[in-house]
Every structure is written in structure tokens, then in C-alpha cells.
Design a protein around this ligand. Structure first.
Ligand code: KG4
Length: 408
């Protein structure tokens, strides 16, 4: 790892446009900015993400998000003089790179004519996996900036970034709701130790990894159909709870203990825990979604539209997902004698999931790491952190392209 370095990082893998500036100094990361422009409102209308719509939004958002990220990092400075004519050839190359990004192109040309090159050492961008049209906008944007500012690009694997988000600081533990006693146990442990088992749970992925060291990963298992986040999104839609489904289900489920005494006997719902006992590390969540749909359909209208039904069902969905994730992850940790369990991805932001993993890890002798919530869901800071670990993997702007199916 370099002693000191500043990176501008970009993530457009799904429906969030995010740009960050991350600095490393003596192995400590500092997030100077991490701007996320969410497209939730747009996708709420459709109950999911439409790649071409998302691509259009990224094109609109990238320049304003870049401005905010540089400004917050103290790196946005106006040019002293107007652009000279010798730059015209660069404009041509830049326009060629952004040939297909017709909304973004004029905005970026204007921006680059107005502001100075920021004091950064490289540009990092998510190269995959993700939605192909979305990845292309981000990568082309990074290529255009790299060409203009004459900087190298570091392509980043989005899944690895979810894992390495845990390195943002070594105090992740203190951020969660730990008791004093628990904090003292944690204080005794220092740093993230390997081998570790990593669980990446998001809207697009559910993967269990054996992590021997940074950069040394082995895929142990993954979902055979829907990802855990996708299951939350789809079941929330069935229940009419909105998008994204994970936080909506979690909010309903949290009401259960408050209202439990009032209706616990009224509504009984038991959902399956797919593949929980299978002798592998794979997952399957589409059966859970179907079971929710069947249960919903068989209920009387008055029942399925009642708050009690939504709360009881949300709680059972959340618990079914947690049961499967915890069982498989803890089994992998035992089988591979892991010293640490590492979570990452949007679903890892779930309070109840964090709580139950924490309880398991405190009982066994395994360390538990989860990023702060704003770094669980998609963000560019995690892309910058990952790029710093792989800073030797620098590429020229014309040597990179996205890969929607990139594996870890
Ligand atoms: O990692 P992410 O932001 O995007 C990708 O899919 O790459 O994850 C988004 C997913 C969505 O499916 C969302 O419903 C889920 O993470 N999610 C949650 C929570 N917050 C976001 N799931 C459960 N509980 C949450 N608190």
C-alpha cells in the first residue's frame, strides 16, 4: 500500500450515482467525501431498477455529484484562464469516449473547461459486476476524466469493495450498539485477521467467500436464484410496502415486538428456510418469495391488508433470511477455521441481522466486522478504499472496459 495517496472513485453499478474522494496516509483511510445520489424515487414507481432508465439518471447526476464530491474534499477550484485551443484535440477524444452518453457529454465538457485538475493521484471506478448500461456510463466517465487530467485508472470489483469497506476504520465495532462489556471484549482484539469468511449480501448478489488475505478469495457458495436483497424487494412489493424492500421490511418487522402482545395469536405465519440444511454453501431465495405470495393470496382481503398481517409477515421474512444466512456463514466459519466473519452489501445494514450475527460471534470466538451503515449500501468510498489496496493495477484510460459478470 502506498504511504500517501488520494483517489477519486466512482460507482454506477446499479441505481445509485456515487463519487468519493478517499485518502490514505500511513495505512489509515480518510473519506474526504462520499456523495450518493439515489434514484429510489424513480425506481419506486416501477418496484425495481430498469437499467436504461438508471443509465439516463447516472448521465444527469454524474457532473453535479462530481462537483459536490470535489467541493466537500476541498479540491474544487476554478481555472485562472480560459481553455487554450491546443486542448481542442483532447475535446475530440473526450467526445469520442462519451459518444453514447449524449446527456453527460456537454455537461462534462463545460465542467472541465471551468475547473482545474484536482490534486488526486488516480481515478478508481467499478468495472463490474453490475447492470451493464450503468457500468458503461461510470467507466466512460472515468475514462474521460483520466484522459483529460492525465491520470491512471484503477478498475475495481464491486463485490470486493463491499468486503473492503470494512477497512474504513478499525473501530467499526464501536459504531454498533454494543454494551460496555462487549466493547471491552472487542478492544482486546485488534485489526482484521484472516482467514475470514465473507458474506456479501445485496440486491444483486448473495455470495459466501473464503478470504485468505486481501485479494485472495475463494467463492464457497452463492445464490442459485434471487439474491437476499432481491427477496426483500420482491416480498415488500407483494405486501405493498414500497421500494427498496429491505429497509421497508425491517421497519415493519421492528414493530413486531411492540405490538406482539396485541395480535400474536391472531396471525400465524410460517415461511420456509430454503436450503438451510443442504450440505453446501449455496443459497436460494425465490421459494421464500413464492411462499409469501401464496400466503398473501390465501388470506382474506381484510386480513392481508391489515397492519398486523404486514408486521407479522415482514418479521417472518426477515427472520427466514437471517436464519439461512447465519446458518451457512457460521458453518463455513467452522469448516474453514475462520478467525473473522465479515459482512458487506446493502442487506448487511439490517439491524436485526447485525444483532444476530454479533450474538453468534460473541458466543463463539470469531471476530465480527460490518461496515458503518452508509458504507454497507452502494457507495464510491468503498471503491476508493479497494483501489488503494490494488494501486499497482493502474491502467491507461483506453485499456479498461466494464464486465457486468465480473467474478471475485
Ligand atoms: O448493496 P446495495 O446498495 O446495492 C446492490 O444491490 O448492489 O443493496 C441494495 C439492497 C436492496 O435489495 C435493499 O432492499 C437491501 O439492500 N437493503 C436492506 C436494508 N437496506 C438495504 N435489506 C435489509 N435491511 C436493510 N436495512
Amino acid at each position: 500500500m502506498p504511504l500517501s495517496m488520494k483517489i477519486l472513485s466512482i460507482d454506477t453499478s446499479c441505481d445509485d450515482t456515487s463519487i468519493a474522494v478517499v485518502e490514505v496516509e500511513n495505512k489509515r483511510f480518510k473519506i474526504l467525501s462520499n456523495i450518493i445520489s439515489s434514484q429510489v424515487e424513480l425506481h419506486t414507481k416501477y418496484g425495481g431498477v430498469y437499467p436504461t432508465l438508471a443509465k439516463r439518471e447516472h448521465q444527469k447526476n454524474l457532473v453535479p455529484v462530481l462537483k459536490k464530491a470535489l467541493k466537500q474534499a476541498g479540491l474544487l477550484n476554478l481555472k485562472f484562464k480560459v481553455q487554450s485551443s491546443k486542448l481542442q484535440s483532447k475535446v475530440k477524444s473526450l467526445e469520442k469516449i462519451l459518444e453514447r452518453e449524449e446527456i453527460l457529454r456537454p455537461e462534462l465538457v463545460k465542467f472541465l473547461g471551468k475547473y482545474q485538475k484536482p490534486k488526486i493521484d488516480a481515478i478508481a471506478v467499478t468495472a463490474g459486476p453490475g447492470l451493464e448500461p450503468c457500468l458503461w456510463v461510470g467507466v466512460n466517465f472515468a475514462r474521460a476524466l483520466a484522459l483529460w487530467w492525465d491520470l491512471p485508472i484503477i478498475p475495481v470489483n464491486h463485490l470486493e469493495a463491499h468486503i473492503l469497506a470494512n477497512f474504513v476504520n478499525e473501530k467499526s465495532w464501536q459504531r454498533s450498539d454494543l454494551s460496555k462489556k462487549e466493547k471491552n471484549i472487542i478492544k482486546a482484539k485488534r485489526g482484521l485477521t484472516f482467514p475470514a469468511v465473507g458474506l456479501v449480501v445485496s440486491g444483486g448478489n448473495t455470495q459466501l467467500l473464503l478470504i485468505k488475505d486481501i485479494g485472495k478469495y475463494k467463492l464457497l457458495g452463492e445464490t442459485r436464484d434471487d439474491a437476499a436483497g432481491e427477496c426483500f424487494d420482491k416480498t415488500a412489493r407483494i405486501l405493498g410496502l414500497g421500494y427498496p424492500g429491505g429497509p421497508a421490511i425491517a421497519a415493519q418487522a421492528a414493530k413486531f415486538s411492540i405490538f406482539n402482545f396485541q395480535f400474536s395469536n391472531k396471525i400465524k405465519i410460517q415461511l420456509p428456510r430454503p436450503m438451510i440444511n443442504s450440505q453446501n454453501y449455496d443459497f436460494s431465495f425465490s421459494g421464500l418469495k413464492t411462499a409469501v405470495l401464496y400466503d398473501y393470496k390465501k388470506r382474506r382481503k381484510a386480513v392481508r391488508e391489515s397492519e398486523e398481517y404486514k408486521i407479522a409477515t415482514a418479521r417472518e421474512i426477515q427472520q427466514a433470511v437471517i436464519d439461512v444466512l447465519l446458518k451457512k456463514t457460521s458453518r463455513a466459519a467452522k469448516d474453514f477455521k475462520a478467525k473473522t466473519i465479515i459482512l458487506g452489501g446493502g442487506v448487511a445494514a439490517n439491524n436485526e441481522l447485525q444483532k444476530q450475527f454479533k450474538v453468534y460471534c460473541l458466543k463463539s470466538t470469531v471476530d465480527f466486522w460490518v461496515p458503518p451503515k452508509n458504507l454497507c449500501t452502494d457507495n464510491a468510498a468503498m471503491v476508493g478504499i479497494t483501489a488503494i489496496f490494488h494501486f499497482q493495477n493502474q491502467k491507461k484510460w483506453d485499456k479498461i472496459k466494464p464486465n457486468a459478470n465480473l467474478i471475485i
